[in-house]
Design a binder for this molecule. Sequence first.
Ligand SMILES: Nc1ncnc2c1ncn2[C@@H]1O[C@H](COP(=O)(O)OP(=O)(O)OP(=O)(O)O)[C@@H](O)[C@H]1O
Ligand SMILES: [Mg+2]
Length: 249
Amino acid sequence: MNVVQVKNIEKIYGSKNEKHYKALSDIDFEVENGEFVGIMGASGSGKTTLLNILSTLDKPTSGEVTINGKDVTKLKGNQMADFRAHEVGFIFQDFNLLENLTAYENIALPLSLQGRKSSDISEAVNKIAKKLGLEEILDHYPTELSGGQKQRVASARALVHEPAILFGDEPTGALDSKSARALLETMEKINREDDVSILLVTHDPFSASYCSRILFIKDGKIDQEIKRGASSRSEFYQEILDSLGTFAE
Ligand SMILES: Nc1ncnc2c1ncn2[C@@H]1O[C@H](COP(=O)(O)OP(=O)(O)OP(=O)(O)O)[C@@H](O)[C@H]1O
Ligand SMILES: [Mg+2]
């Protein structure tokens, strides 16, 4: 089954009296359950626009987006908030943690918002904290954490409600190379062991090399697709660099 199904999406920015800008057109693709898909492309190519549409933060001008069997472009108000709270998880470049909440409270937030019992919340938070190696820092505030730790807390918050898919928009963008590698290895692990589907937007070939398939966007269209297949991560990294070379021509 496909966790994401995108049909013929178009996104035009600018309302009636403003100048129009076509940020996406003819976007068609699927993400299978359990896949780890990357989206690469130059700055301004439409990556964030696409991710915002998939994650219901924005709507396409036309086209269909189905996530976990639901047409998200047809959701309204509360339904959309509800859908987001249950079905998707996000991680961003700048972590987006709430500074006045501890790591534990930040991770618990999606479940608290769903009004879940505190014993259920505690069980779920401790389980994901253990998986991501955060047990020791649960009572710390974000200002007391390193960048890598903050992003692991953000990842735990994105996964605590067991979403159908995890979306990441340059989640390694603000991390040093060691923390970036650790985060990517964690993503690879939860993808492999827990079958979490992941869609990762990045312009970094190293990050992309952890994916099993990569879609390249150019000027708002999907221009090329490559699959890792049986290649090792480092072979795939080389293949990505080669693709970026021809892609840029
Ligand atoms: N709210 C908006 N209104 C008008 N134009 C926009 C808006 N958001 C994005 N754009 C334009 O749409 C295009 C795609 O932007 P987008 O943010 O999706 O690019 P991106 O691939 O994520 O780039 P980056 O790698 O720099 O993050 C850009 O030309 C951008 O200027
Ligand atoms: Mg972007």
